[in-house]
Design a protein around this ligand. Structure first.
Ligand SMILES: Cc1ncc(COP(=O)(O)O)c(C=O)c1O
Length: 461
């Protein structure tokens, strides 16, 4: 399907409009101003086409791990259309039908949790979690237990407070000063840790959390926020024993566990939620991207009934409840899309596909590792996989980001969109990230891996 979608004239006009007026996310604009922005106009399954009619296999689900059930799902579009025609919006101070239905279906998948708070982005969902912790501290001990611990290499969003909880130094740089009361503890990536080969490394890495809680004073620490598997920080699954130890530490010091499922949620790792692989019992879970696979904007902050109960003050007390709102948390199209998205994942048994195809993808990447010394480490879970590239396997020195840019560019030339860690750290922007839609097949994976194989064969360090 490499044929143009618009006439040459229309397409030039559109590209000119974009180049003149759109300020794109994440990318440097100079090359766009001098060249041409990519404009994506249609998608089906795992494939998208740009304005020139060029087709690409999208191995990153919309660039940032979002389109979990793939492009072109008429049934989600219909669900959203029908809902918008019936009732598009009312503030979530009132209920709506898809919101109630989706909450019930979601909670069925999350034993131990019971309340869903709607908003419209991952950053915002995390901010709600932070606000709950801050207000709880105010309600219970004069604000003392207000600190929030986050982990090096994790990312939780783009707002100033979400960046205050960000373990990726380049993402934060130049955007301070930040919100006070956020404290970092070290990451759990065995590959770059001097004790990474220790069978107890997971426990050792988690004990760093305890060290920081003790340094700060347990009576000042309200919660810890963690990605179940660090995503943009380099695809880092937790080592064995890690979350069990985190759980034990948090129980000991009365610290709430906030799990950020914005990337891992809704099936990406082969279970509904990433944390469910590790037996941890969160107090707060946040999710966004895959919740409606990008067909509508929706995010959720999910809590336990116990936490919710702490905000059930007497109505005569006008301040002691969660006085928060998200205007677009009342858009009914979001939960309508999310309900249909969930139905598709269940009826098409996509979690099983993620497990099977995830194993296959991992095996194929291990083969690449055998052939290309530049591949230092392959890691991931389900259809969420990373390959870390190094100059030298012994020293594990990361390749320069410019090498990554060339590899991603080469794959794009071959018609395959892959991802990479990107302007996150001065040193560790060296991981290829793959997260194809949950419907992907062995043929899709073969095509993705072949393009990387070719690119690695050609790249000069
Ligand atoms: C783990 C994680 N949390 C939160 C966010 C922020 O989500 P959003 O961009 O929807 O605000 C992201 C975005 O990439 C993410 O990867």
């Amino acid at each position: 399907m490499n044929k143009p979608i618009l006439s040459a004239e229309n397409s030039k006009h559109l590209v000119d409009m974009d180049r003149s007026h759109v300020w794109h996310h994440l990318v440097q604009h100079k090359p766009i101003q001098e060249g041409a922005p990519m404009v994506i106009v249609e998608g089906q399954g795992l494939r998208v086409r740009d304005i020139n009619g060029r087709e690409y296999l999208d191995a990153v689900s919309g660039g940032v791990w979002t389109v979990n059930v793939g492009y072109g799902r008429e049934s989600i579009a219909d669900a959203v259309r029908d809902q918008l025609a019936q009732m598009c919006y009312f503030s979530n101070s009132a209920g709506n039908i898809p919101g109630a239905r989706f909450s019930e279906r979601l909670i069925e998948k999350m034993p131990g949790l019971s309340r869903v708070y709607f908003s419209n982005s991952g950053s915002e969902a995390n901010e709600k979690g932070f606000k709950l912790v801050r207000q709880l501290a105010a309600l219970e001990n004069d604000g003392k237990k207000h600190k929030i611990i986050y982990r090096d290499r994790d990312y939780h969003g783009t707002t100033i407070t979400a960046l205050s909880a960000c373990g990726q130094i380049q993402r934060k740089d130049q955007y301070g000063p930040f919100t006070p009361g956020f404290v970092e503890f070290p990451d759990c990536l065995a590959y770059h840790h001097e004790r990474g080969d220790d069978p107890d490394f997971g426990v050792l890495a988690a004990r760093e959390l305890e060290r920081v809680i003790l340094e700060e004073g347990p009576d000042t620490v309200g919660s810890v926020i963690l990605e179940p598997i660090t995503a943009g920080g380099g695809v880092i699954p937790p080592p064995p024993g890690y979350f069990e130890t985190v759980q034990e530490i948090c129980a000991k010091y009365g610290v709430l566990i906030h799990i950020d499922e914005v990337v891992c949620g809704m099936g990406r790792t082969g279970k509904w939620f990433g944390y469910q692989h590790y037996g941890v019992k969160p107090d707060i879970v946040t999710m966004a991207k895959g919740v409606a696979s990008g067909y509508a904007a929706i995010a959720c902050t999910v809590t336990t009934e116990e936490l919710f109960g702490k905000f059930l003050a007497e109505p005569s007390d006008t301040m002691q409840y969660f006085r928060d709102i998200s205007t677009f948390g009342g858009c009914a199209g979001g939960p309508a899309a999310a309900l249909e998205n969930m139905r598709i994942i269940e009826e098409e048994r996509l979690l099983d596909n993620v497990v099977a195809m995830g194993d296959y993808l991992m095996d194929r990447l291990e083969e690449l590792k055998d052939r290309h010394p530049i591949v230092g480490d392959v890691r991931g879970k389900g259809l969420f996989v990373g390959a870390e590239l190094v100059v030298d396997r012994k020293t594990r020195t990361p390749v320069d980001e410019s090498v990554m840019i060339r590899i991603v560019g080469d794959c794009l030339e071959q018609g395959v969109m892959i991802g990479r860690t990107n302007r996150s750290f001065p040193k560790f922007n060296n991981t290829i990230c793959l997260s194809p839609a949950l419907i992907c097949t062995r043929d899709d994976i073969d095509e993705i891996v072949a393009s990387i194989d070719n690119a690695l064969g050609r790249v000069k360090l």
